[in-house]
Design a protein around this ligand. Sequence first.
Ligand SMILES: Nc1nc2c(c(=O)[nH]1)N[C@H]1C(S)=C(S)[C@@H](COP(=O)(O)OP(=O)(O)OC[C@H]3O[C@@H](n4cnc5c(=O)[nH]c(N)nc54)[C@H](O)[C@@H]3O)O[C@H]1N2
Ligand SMILES: Nc1nc2c(c(=O)[nH]1)N[C@H]1C(S)=C(S)[C@@H](COP(=O)(O)OP(=O)(O)OC[C@H]3O[C@@H](n4cnc5c(=O)[nH]c(N)nc54)[C@H](O)[C@@H]3O)O[C@H]1N2
Ligand code: SF4
Ligand SMILES: [Mo]
Length: 742
Amino acid sequence: MRTAHRTCPLCDAVCGLRIELDDDRVTGVRGDPDDPFSQGYVCPKGASLGRIDEDPDRLRTPMIRTGDQWREATWDEAFRAVEKGLTGVFEKHGRQSVAAYFGNPTFHTMGGIFYRGPLSQSLGTTNLYSAGTIDQMPKHVSCGLMFGNAMAISVPDLDRTDHLLVIGANPAESHGSLCAAPDFPGRLKAIRARGGRIVVLDPRRTRTADLADEHVFVRPGTDALLLFALVHTLFAEDLTTVRVETEGLGELRAHAAPFTPDAVSAATGVPAATIVRLARELASAPTAAVYTRMGTSTADFGTLTQYLVDVLNTLTGNLDRPGGVMFTRPATLEVPWGPRPFTSGRWHSRVRQLPEALGELPVATLADEMETPGEGQVRALICVAGNLVLSAPNGPRLGRALDGLDFMVCVDPYLNETTRRAHVILPPPRMMQMPHYDLLLLTVTVRNYTRFSPPVLPLEPGQLSEAEIMARLCLIAAGRGADADPAAVDEMVLGELLGAGAQIPGSPFEGMEAAEARALLDGDSGPELMLDAMLRLGPYGLSLAELREHPHGIDLGPLKPRLKEVLGTESGLVRLAPAELGGEIGRLRKRLAAPAPPMVLIGRRQLRSNNSWLHNIPSLMGGSNRCTLHIHPDDLARLGLDTHARVVSATGDLVVPVEPDDRIMPGVVSLPHGWGHAGSAQRTASLHPGVNANALTDDSATDALSGNAVFNGAPVTVAPAPAPAGTGRAAPHRVPLPVVAA
Ligand SMILES: Nc1nc2c(c(=O)[nH]1)N[C@H]1C(S)=C(S)[C@@H](COP(=O)(O)OP(=O)(O)OC[C@H]3O[C@@H](n4cnc5c(=O)[nH]c(N)nc54)[C@H](O)[C@@H]3O)O[C@H]1N2
Ligand SMILES: Nc1nc2c(c(=O)[nH]1)N[C@H]1C(S)=C(S)[C@@H](COP(=O)(O)OP(=O)(O)OC[C@H]3O[C@@H](n4cnc5c(=O)[nH]c(N)nc54)[C@H](O)[C@@H]3O)O[C@H]1N2
Ligand code: SF4
Ligand SMILES: [Mo]
């Protein structure tokens, strides 16, 4: 029996966990009371980490598919198959014909975060995709345009704010996103306990809305109109207090002119008087923070809406001050991500001419790139930690496109809806066998904080770490073959890091030869050595050894103003009216008069779920974790629905069980994503299959500036349907599943 301490890798809240083990079996998981940031908080998912880690359906060896048959393979065999598959495509069709997708967990694993850059580079293709363009790319682009730095993402100062306006986020269930705050629900309660106010704008009255003082329904996809009307009111009533240096204030005022509260009221569904009151409350609060996430990021006008949120924070004097929104100071070196000053659209996708952002192309056009013949057609895919068939817009179409590829390799612990279409699956080890550091999430914490988790369990003899898997893929992509030593990739990355460090005045490696600096580094694996270098180059001068000495994490203090350090604009000012937004503002003006579709679809996240991959854990299934269509009782009656509905969109057609819910806005239905496991090799998931909501989302709908998918607000028709025969569940998948021959 022993106890290990470790950060939960499952969501953005970075909770510290206290894990009890009996040999290599996890016997209990609780919150770590000694973690200064999470202070013992744990949610049902974190408490199930042992069951997730030990899921008997996780793959333990590489798998190779021939026809419909899967077989277990040795690592050498698997990498030789990858080398053959990839080089075949390179030689026949060129480098551009190979694409890579990096899914959500690559933002949470060291193997993902440290090696996606090297792998992308060694592939030599611009067909690079990630969960970024089905999630937060609008935020990066808006921060790029406003602050000149795509990573200048401010977080609400949750623990000090007097007023929080939450728009299209449900942290009571998601536990927060691009805002790392363990026990987000508790922090919300604390705002009200100290006399503050919380307002939620959402087409559903969510659990977050239950924790708020006020909830306001807003029609999906119309937040940009509503926010412009708030900006308009601030100007009209002379309520602006700009405390940072800006440019474009006059132009912003002119842009906001047409968006009066009266003008936007019909389209948004929000009464004009409410809009005026919300603006006054925001301006008069001693401190206030406006926070938004998926609801507006994956909706029409995504980038414009993210920008308007930061405009509101700026106009009310809340940008970069305690109680407002601030920029975290992470413990690691901040490496520029994307060009500085920021630009996007440096190249475009081949088929639809969609713009690049942060070196990536939009996932919404990946199927086009696979299906459309011609030079540069994608014929092979490396998919790392992604379940695209369930996660991407028009997922079933993408699934068919994957079936047509010459070669596909997945780095994934499961045989699922996406990986079953691959030729080779390379499984990472159990979470407990991996070191963990949240390189990305620790840049958006609501307190400055850091924590490293060494592996709890060793790798088994012959087992590969995720970092080694990624490094070997890099070497194959670089033409160095399946047998090359993965340490070569680590040394290359370390060399680059230390080379950069040598140039930084005052850094511990200033002026040093690479070998001299390299000898100072400490770590049991490539990613640990990289982390050590980044910590030493970071603003607190920490090291991996110091983090190891603090297994519960280190509190680095409350957030402090630091806008000047993160600003990357040429003028050194915050750009309040970037010219790049002109086209979208013009399009939004036209939206004022456009008729609204009678019924639209939105998503919802579920407390015991995590996108597409936790439905195989018995302890997490049940309760509200069901794939049902939430619909207002008035709509249910009007449409004459009984137990099931047929939902039809521009791309798909599903039969789903309905759940009447007066907490959803009339004219809006909600279906969670990540379901659709009929016939899955994941045994528990296949018993609770649900349907793939992304059969209904339209891959032709993207945010103009970021290329991000538009999931929320898809027009649909809803009609009565009989329950599917036999099961009483929704319509089954048509694709036959391969059999696992163990
Ligand atoms: N309709 C609709 N669609 C959505 C959304 C929505 O709100 N509505 N949300 C979008 C958002 S925000 C996101 S982030 C995407 C997520 O979409 P994806 O990027 O596809 O991520 P997941 O669905 O989380 O799938 C994760 C995959 O990684 C595997 N995995 C788990 N742990 C590991 C690991 O340690 N290493 C590796 N290599 N693999 C691992 C899992 O088995 C699974 O196959 O979905 C998007 N899709
Ligand atoms: N339990 C759980 N936690 C998760 C995840 C999970 O799947 N399950 N996924 C993780 C991931 S990858 C992410 S990105 C985060 C996301 O974190 P959040 O963004 O907090 O999660 P969502 O539940 O998608 O919240 C979006 C909210 O926007 C609302 N909404 C939909 N359309 C609109 C609109 O047009 N306007 C407005 N104003 N609101 C709208 C929805 O009703 C919903 O309440 O959660 C992370 N945490
Ligand atoms: S809130 Fe997120 S990080 Fe915390 S225990 Fe739950 S899943 Fe893990
Ligand atoms: Mo996400």
